[in-house]
Ligand binder design. Structure first.
Ligand code: HEM
Ligand code: HEM
Length: 222
């Protein structure tokens, strides 16, 4: 069975249509989720309950700039956030289903025994502490690490989002995050990690413009 899948993978484009489709939908959804989330944060830009704020949070009372927000006001931001959240989740499920059904996960996801050492070597290469890049397959170890981490961050955003959305009905989930305030901390930290991922991702893909074309047209058949 897996041989047949490997055979199919040989005739697939570098970036098969389902991956391209969910990738570009996801890019749009993340911008809308981050913008509407920041609009929601603007209404109460503090962490911790009223009267007992988390002192370690450096941005207490600092509202995000309005050009980063989507929705115009709290209710508008919430409408956008809750509407797009389901598309974001569905899109993620389609991606995971395709990744596993097609066998593409083998060359795209981070498998520690295979990828940990090459990821460190690749990092040392980027940091100019190593002269030549380590041998890489379809993706290098660092790409696999980044792309698998962002899947886990997406799951954490969904679970912490659900914990804030229905803290009474889903109280077991909310308790898992250490309560409502803990879930907000995780949700906001997730936003920061997504921003870090996107900034690094954009710099790295800008260094390989041909890959951007492949993410649009599909690229060569393997
Ligand atoms: C890329 C994904 C996401 C990003 C970047 C994001 C970002 C944010 C941000 C910045 C906030 C404001 C934080 C606060 O003030 O507490 C927020 C609030 C919230 N998010 Fe998300 N979020 C994402 C996904 C989701 C998902 C998938 C769900 C639901 C399943 C969700 C549900 C919520 C809820 C319920 C709130 C609080 C709304 C309120 O207090 O009125 N989020 N989000
Ligand atoms: C919200 C933002 C984005 C997220 C979360 C994101 C996430 C990802 C992920 C998870 C992959 C790996 C897909 C796989 O192989 O299964 C990927 C690949 C890729 N992305 Fe993005 N992406 C974003 C925005 C962009 C943008 C704006 C561009 C182009 C300007 C871009 C260009 C690419 C390219 C060229 C690849 C191919 C793989 C490579 O060469 O490393 N992405 N992206």
């Amino acid at each position: 069975m897996s041989d047949a899948r490997d055979q199919q993978a040989k005739f697939r484009r570098q970036q098969p249509l389902p991956i391209r489709f969910v990738h570009w939908c996801n890019a749009l959804f993340i911008v809308l989720m981050a913008g509407s989330g920041l609009q929601i944060l603007t209404a109460y830009p503090y962490l911790g309950p009223r009267g007992a704020l988390y002192r370690w949070y450096p941005l207490q009372g600092v509202a995000p700039p309005s050009w980063l927000t989507v929705g115009g006001w709290l209710a508008g931001g919430r409408h956008w956030h809750f509407a797009i959240a389901w598309f974001f989740v569905l899109n993620g499920l389609v991606y995971l289903a395709y990744l596993f059904a097609s066998g593409e996960w083998r060359r795209r996801t981070f498998i520690p025994a295979r990828d940990a050492a090459p990821a460190v070597a690749q990092f040392l290469y980027y940091a100019r502490l190593r002269k030549s890049p380590p041998p890489a397959g379809f993706y290098n170890g660092l790409q696999r690490l980044a792309y698998s981490s962002i899947i886990i961050i997406g799951v954490a955003m969904t679970l912490s989002g659900l914990a804030i959305y229905k803290p009474v009905q889903l109280h077991f989930l909310t308790m898992l995050f250490g309560g409502y305030d803990g879930a907000r901390v995780v949700h906001l930290a997730g936003l920061a990690l997504i921003a870090l991922f996107v900034a690094t991702h954009l710099v790295l893909v800008a260094l390989h413009p041909r890959e951007i074309l492949a993410m649009i047209t599909g690229g060569k058949r393997e």
